[in-house]
Design a protein around this ligand. Sequence first.
Ligand code: BTN
Length: 271
Amino acid sequence: MVPAKPKLVETFDPHALDRALAGTIFARKLHYFPETGSTNSLAMEAAAQDAPEGSAFIADYQIAGRGRGDHNWHSESGDSLLFSIVLRPRIAAADTLWLSLMAGVAVQHAIHDQLALNGDLRWPNDLLVNGKKFCGILTELATDLDRVRFAVIGIGVNVNQRAFPKELGDIATSLRIETGRKHARFELLVALLKSLHVEYKTLLENLSRAQRPVLLKRITGISSYVSGKEVHVSESGGYDGTTAGLDERGFLLVRTPAGIRKVISGGVREN
Ligand code: BTN
């Protein structure tokens, strides 16, 4: 039998990555692994042991990638971008949804700038093109009473997959499938981290009550899900309705026959 040809994985040059990120919160705080369990688990452990804000954990392959809820995040070696960042914002625990929303905005802007592709934010932080998901974001937190001690934001982007397993075929896509060409992961990663740096600073500058409309506008500008979308929400036993904007903390409102309901944890799907 002819042995299977090993797949050539474009690995990252950590020094070049570091140079490209000079001036951002991530400079000199990058940790790269060809393979790991989950970059979110690495980042959570490091943050619990005082890893500084801006520490970033990047992998080519995850054996136990985690998604929201009980989901896994599956990826073939070298086709995706898989990374997690540590943030230490001085914000109230009640304001943490902004971090997830901010990450979605950052990815949307970076992909738009790099590839001229218009990602649609499915609240709170899935990114879709043509109704299929190419990016998932998992935010995990440690809090002290009502303050955030640290947050880890894990981002998985499907970059160069040509196809997906049958069970994902109708719901997942990659940047390669959508643009018809292969993409250099290094440049994309740099663009994503730079965009996260900018959006994080913008978030911190605008989180005072008076500035929240600025943040809400950034979100509504990139999401067809925020208002007028017929959706099913799979929390509180599941219900249907039409999206009706965001409240002042960024939570999604849904108009139902029983009145306006606030979506707390996600699980929003188009009907
Ligand atoms: C989701 O859509 O359910 C969230 C998926 C988040 C996946 C990323 S990949 C990098 C980071 N490490 C993980 O284990 N998960 C996140």
